[in-house]
Design a protein around this ligand. Structure first.
Ligand SMILES: [Zn+2]
Ligand SMILES: [Zn+2]
Length: 68
């Protein structure tokens, strides 16, 4: 279960992680670091922590979701 969440549905800061490749180690908004497997493969299993953080104005890294 956890593994599926780790693989599929974390949200990423577009500034810190502009273009992750498959298998690249990335840090999700919730702080989990793991290989990136694509954002849209499994929209069913969204990480609740990431969802909450992505809905916020400022990401934990200090960037904003709408930064230019
Ligand atoms: Zn997450
Ligand atoms: Zn960032």
């Amino acid at each position: 279960m956890t593994a599926e969440i780790e693989r599929a549905a974390h949200a990423y800061c577009p500034v810190c992680t502009p273009d992750p490749g498959r298998g690249d180690l990335v840090t999700a908004l919730c702080g989990a670091t793991h290989p990136f497997w694509g954002r849209r493969e499994r929209p069913v299993n969204n990480c609740p922590a990431c969802e909450a953080l992505a809905a916020g104005t400022v990401y934990p890294c200090g960037h904003t979701g709408s930064e230019r």
